[in-house]
Design a protein around this ligand. Structure first.
Ligand SMILES: [Zn+2]
Length: 79
C-alpha cells in the first residue's frame, strides 16, 4: 500500500525530472545562441578617413578641418 506521502514524493520527483528534461534543450539552445551572438558581434566601426587616420568627428565639407558639424567654425563664419 502506497501512502499519500510516498505518492507525493514520487509525483514531485517525476515532475522534477520531466521539467528538467524539458528545460535542458532550451538551456542548451540559449547557451549556443549566446555563443553565436558573441562570435557574430560586429567589429567596432573603423573610421576610414582620407589618410586612414582615426578622426574624432567629421571633416569640414569646405576645408577638411576636423570638427563636430558639417562645416568648421571658420567656414561657417564666412558663409
Ligand atoms: Zn572649414
Amino acid at each position: 500500500m502506497v501512502t499519500a506521502g510516498e505518492l507525493y514524493v514520487l509525483t514531485a520527483t517525476v515532475m522534477t525530472l520531466v521539467a528538467l528534461a524539458a528545460a535542458l534543450p532550451v538551456l542548451r539552445d540559449i547557451v549556443r545562441d549566446g555563443r553565436e551572438r558573441l562570435r557574430k558581434r560586429p567589429a567596432p566601426p573603423v573610421e576610414d578617413g582620407d589618410a586612414g587616420e582615426a578622426v574624432d568627428g567629421v571633416r569640414c565639407r569646405h576645408c577638411g578641418t576636423v570638427n563636430e558639424d558639417g562645416y568648421c567654425e571658420e567656414c561657417s563664419r564666412q558663409l
